[in-house]
Write a protein that binds this ligand. Structure first.
Ligand code: BG6
Length: 444
């Protein structure tokens, strides 16, 4: 059933996000009949637009454009929206700088928006524990937690959503998914581009705030949590919280690419890290302190996000007694070429008696040939419009995560690395050779 009689309000609608992502995503949802023509999309911002010039600004197809309206500023917006129609639900997307989230939610409340309203906000959800608490308290003064949808776009990635399916729909993996069989968990999230035009924002954050505290913790939680009793958002949230509670950050190292100081918006003496490596543990019964390694950086040699599960070695009695048998590994290629690989040993043909490492590979591009993978905003907007909180982050999760990361957020003088290269591990970690696996599902 398509969603009907809902108003989707975009605050900050003249900005880049609305043009690049939100409006195209809503148009696709409309054409896929996920939302019907009883819905309206109302833009709001400081720029003066007529309804027609607002429609023209996006240049989408005629049928969809008819659903678009514009109201300048927040004052009077509720009256305007309800003059269009008596909507059942109101979804308000904050495409705004985070510093105005609190005032905006208050203004919306004063306008009269109440229980029928859902607010969608994007990170950063605060800057540290105190600011995150303050933001949550400010938002919750006007709207209750179940009305606040905090986006983490990593959760909308198809290969991320598949992690729970891999773990809980495949009986062969349950027995080995613990510290008895697994030696380490490794998360690798790399980007080849630098901070580009986001220097001013990024410099106030650093890669631990920008990537690790939120996106990569979500990946880790899905990978390591206990099975929820069902797939309700609340049950999954409870299990993810248990992982955050048991998390201990043991060591970290920060680095900065050479030339970062010359980026627009970055001060000459900045100590902000553009690369970080962390060692953590999860102190619970299942994981019992085995290492979790995380590495993420900008301006390194390639873009790619992978998760590696390295298994402990079996007894080395029969084969390669002189050399090493490489460990079995499972690699989740999250992006850009999504898939899963499993390393294992095979006998080399012929009489050499040698064995070598090979792998089994699942690639989305081969297995689901005609499947369309929805773009993140399309998925997230539809879930929020439908009121499904599964892929959204709770206040409690953001606060607990900030609390755990507090020690890593202090200013430290970072080491440096050459732009376009992956620095040698500053913590001396024995990293899985992710470069070898990252391209396994590449089509060209
Ligand atoms: C954003 C960060 O949340 O995620 C960016 O603010 C980062 O700095 C981006 O580049 C990475 O997202 P993706 O989907 O390209 O891996």
């Amino acid at each position: 059933m398509p969603v009907s009689d809902s108003a989707i309000i975009i605050l900050g609608a003249s900005g880049d996000l609305a043009k690049r992502k939100l409006i195209p995503a809503l148009e696709r949802l409309f054409h896929k009949k996920e939302i019907d023509d009883t819905c309206r999309v109302i833009g709001s911002g400081r720029t003066p637009f007529s309804h027609d010039s607002f429609r023209a600004h996006f240049d989408r197809d005629r049928e969809f454009s008819q659903l678009l309206y514009y109201h300048q500023g927040i004052e009077g917006i509720r009256e305007f929206v309800y003059a269009l129609k008596n909507f059942k639900r109101i979804i308000i997307f904050f495409s705004l700088p985070p510093k105005v989230y609190a005032d905006t939610s208050e203004a919306l409340y004063k306008e009269g928006f109440r229980d029928e309203t859902t607010l969608i906000i994007e990170k950063p959800f605060g800057y540290d524990l105190d600011s995150a608490r303050q933001l949550n308290a400010d938002l919750q003064r006007c709207f209750n937690e179940l009305q606040i949808f905090r986006i983490d776009h990593y959760l909308a990635k198809e290969a991320v959503q598949n992690i729970l399916v891999f773990r809980f729909a495949n009986a062969i993996f349950y027995p080995v998914w613990n510290s008895r069989y697994i030696e380490s968990i490794q998360i690798n999230a790399l980007e080849d581009i630098g901070v580009e035009d986001r220097g001013a924002y990024f410099d106030g954050a650093g890669i631990i705030r920008d990537m690790v505290q939120n996106h990569l913790m979500q990946l880790l939680s899905l990978l390591t949590m206990e099975a929820p009793v069902n797939l309700e958002a609340e049950e999954i949230r409870i299990q993810k919280m248990q992982i955050l509670k048991a998390l201990e950050i043991k060591r970290w190292a920060k680095m900065q690419y050479q030339g970062y100081h010359d980026e627009k918006g970055v001060p000459q003496n900045s100590k902000t890290e553009t690369y970080a490596e962390l060692e953590m543990t999860i102190n619970n019964f299942r994981w019992n302190g085995i290492p979790v390694y995380i590495r993420t950086g900008k301006a390194v040699h390639r873009k790619g996000t992978e998760i590696g599960i390295r298994f402990k070695k079996g007894p080395q009695l029969l084969y390669n007694t002189a050399g090493q048998i490489p460990p079995n590994q499972i690699i989740f290629n999250i992006q850009p070429d999504a898939g899963i690989l499993m390393d294992f040993m095979a006998r080399e043909p012929g009489g050499s008696g040698r064995i070598s490492s090979t792998n089994m590979t699942f690639c989305y591009s081969n297995s689901f040939l005609d499947a369309e993978i929805p773009e993140a905003y399309q998925k997230l907007l539809l879930d929020a419009i439908r009121g499904d909180r599964t892929l959204f982050i709770s206040a409690e999760e953001t606060e607990l995560s900030w609390e755990k990361f507090a020690p890593t957020l202090q200013d430290e003088t970072p080491g440096t690395y050459e732009r376009g290269t992956l620095p040698p591990s500053p913590l001396g970690i024995d990293w899985i050779d992710f470069d070898k696996y990252g391209s396994a599902c590449r089509l060209d």
